[in-house]
Design a protein around this ligand. Structure first.
Ligand code: ATP
Ligand code: MG
Ligand code: MG
Ligand code: MG
Length: 566
């Protein structure tokens, strides 16, 4: 590729609207341009990186036995009615009507479509297990699109869906996908962690997220310093409380409750909050004056140590699976998922899958309180305060001490069980001739988000430092003052041809620019190797190769370049 024929689109100035380094560098390096909130054009350099990531993902999925398909972005609303998510999914689902006034959605995910497909195409257990995937555009009407393409409204996801006759087969494929995800992130060259996760609005029981560790991450990952234990310390459930149902007032967070508030909550719960509770978050509804509290109990306290009879329960999807056990523990009423009618305060216990008990409560004046919207994505505050809470605790697996790191969620895998297959009646004839609904798994990777996450982990003051695996080009040829020197031009053209012929992705900076401009642009874009052709070195038949990552400069015989770059 010659820069003279390319759309380089680099920028000197740091754009004011970009908060995080990846967003700044993606704009400056000419990778993306904003069209509207959460909507981005991918310029050639950006698209090359996306395609690299997609190719690695595709390759590892194929190796893991998944089969590529392609499903429409626009999906019939009927299917979402059938699964129950037309009502459950909330405002992130963009709904549209066609000319016949029929409901459609722009797909935020494809469980409905793929379940419908498999229901019609697969009739016998002999066709199973089956793992179908696509790499395709998703749309989510995010409440706060931000950080450029990291949290955009339109983005590219690799989503896979597996179908099984039983839970054992599902677990086998789940483990294979877990390994495939590890392979993908290792191959790209990212520092990542698989973490135990909540399965959120997708549903199901077993779930892991894959996080790229970076300070700009929106999630807090608690991990053991000695074992493989890692979990997403999601306060989303506490946030859920803060999110009033549609139409209700915005709730305000009081970050550090004062002594009066602590005394009030202590009275409400019948315990000394300072002794029992690790973290206390209080939110006030400005309209009604009601206060809602979210709290995390200290490890040695259970829910029994607070006045459970004053509380109603809303369970997370995971806990729904074990309703009886949670009920027994609390011995009180049971709410339901999603917006709920409550005449009692709410409590949530997350002891089963996070590092600490997690309780949400509302005070008893809240009896007009109409409900809580269990929308895990609507985050109204950051989770930084948990940093002081969980770090230093013993790891739940009994090995080591927990530390907290910021993570960017780049992948998420779930064992869905029969949530969709049951609702949509997707089954097969089993060996014994009876009709059984299928077990399902689903596996997502944020292809475009990985691009930003990789930059968060790999940059310096000059710009991006691409891991070679996903670099837009492997090498750039920088001929100094080529337009004044036929000798330099001749060498540059020959090297360009040789590298192209050898199948190496090379950018040839043939612009009539000063060397300094070229160097700056190429460092910004982050191409792993720069080949600098200058008069003085050519006198000795030599070139200079600069390694973007190490900064190391090497003199090389012109004839040895190909061997060196390969
Ligand atoms: P998040 O917690 O960041 O909102 P999610 O849990 O809603 O993500 P999933 O439903 O698990 O996302 O989707 C699978 C993957 O798609 C995520 O792990 C992430 O990498 C990517 N992804 C999700 N939402 C976005 C978005 N708005 N922009 C870019 N990538 C996204
Ligand atoms: Mg989300
Ligand atoms: Mg998430
Ligand atoms: Mg997720």
């Amino acid at each position: 590729m010659r820069t003279s024929q390319y759309l380089l689109a680099t920028q000197k100035e740091t754009p004011a609207e970009a908060e995080v380094i990846s967003h700044q560098l993606m704009l400056r390096a000419g990778m993306v341009r904003k069209l509207a909130s959460g909507l981005y054009n991918w310029l050639p350099t950006g698209l090359r990186v996306v395609n690299k990531v997609a190719a690695i993902v595709r390759d590892e999925m194929n190796k893991a036995g998944a089969i590529e398909i392609s499903m429409p972005v626009v999906q019939p609303g009927d299917l979402w009615e059938e699964s129950g998510r037309w009502d459950d999914y909330g405002p992130e689902l963009l709904r549209i009507k066609d000319r016949h006034n029929r409901d459609f959605v722009l797909g935020p995910t494809h469980e409905e479509v793929v379940t419908n497909l498999v229901k019609n195409e697969v009739s016998s257990y002999k066709q199973l297990p089956l793992n179908l995937y696509q790499i395709q555009t998703k749309f989510r009407d995010e409440v706060r699109p931000r950080f450029g393409i990291m949290r955009s409204r339109e983005f590219i996801m690799k989503d896979a869906y597996s179908f099984h006759i039983d839970a054992e087969s599902l677990d086998q494929t789940y483990q294979i996908m877990h390994q495939a995800y590890c392979n993908i992130f290792e191959r790209i060259g990212l520092l990542y962690r698989p973490v135990i996760a909540d399965s959120g609005s997708i549903g199901g029981a077993v779930s892991h997220e894959f996080h790229v560790l970076a300070d700009s991450g929106e999630d807090d990952i608690a991990y053991s310093d000695t074992s493989d234990y890692a979990a997403n310390v999601e306060l989303a459930e506490a946030v859920a409380l803060g999110e009033a149902t549609e139409g209700a007032a915005e709730l305000q967070l009081v970050d550090t409750p004062d002594a009066k508030t602590i005394a009030k909550v202590s009275a409400l719960l019948g315990c000394d909050v300072k002794q029992t509770v690790k973290t206390l978050i209080v939110k006030a509804d400005e309209d009604s004056g009601h206060e809602f509290v979210a709290l995390i109990l200290r490890g040695d306290h259970s829910l029994n140590s607070i006045k459970a009879e004053k509380l109603a329960l809303v369970a997370s999807p995971l806990q729904m699976a074990d309703e009886a056990a949670v009920k027994a523990k609390l011995n009180c009423g049971f709410g339901s998922l999603g917006p709920v009618e409550l005449d009692l305060p709410i409590i949530v216990d997350r002891s089963a899958e996070t590092a600490s008990d997690f309780v949400c409560g509302a005070n008893k004046e809240a009896q007009h309180f109409t409900g809580a919207n269990w929308q895990r994505d609507v985050k109204t505050y950051t989770v930084a305060d948990i940093r002081n809470v969980v770090a230093g605790d013993p790891s739940p697996d009994g090995e080591g001490i927990l530390a907290i790191a910021k993570g960017i969620e780049v992948g998420h895998i779930f064992q869905l069980g029969d949530k969709y297959s049951k609702a949509m009646n997707c089954g097969v004839l089993t060996e014994s001739g009876k009709h059984d609904v299928l077990q399902m798994g689903c596996y997502g990777i944020g292809v475009t988000r990985i691009v930003a996450a990789a930059i968060e982990q790999n940059n310096d003051k000059y710009g991006i430092i691409w891991p070679e695996s996903i670099a837009p080009f492997k090498v750039v040829i920088i001929p100094m003052n080529m337009h004044k020197s036929p000798r330099i031009q001749e060498v540059a053209e020959k090297l360009y041809k040789d590298l192209c012929d050898a199948g190496i992705e090379v950018l040839f900076d043939d612009r009539k620019e000063r060397p300094g401009v070229m160097f700056n642009d190429m460092e910004l874009i982050g191409i792993p190797y720069s080949v600098v052709i200058g008069e003085r070195n050519l006198d000795n038949q030599q070139l200079e190769i600069k390694n973007r990552k190490s900064g190391e400069k090497t003199l090389l015989e012109v004839d040895n370049l190909l061997e060196y770059i390969k």
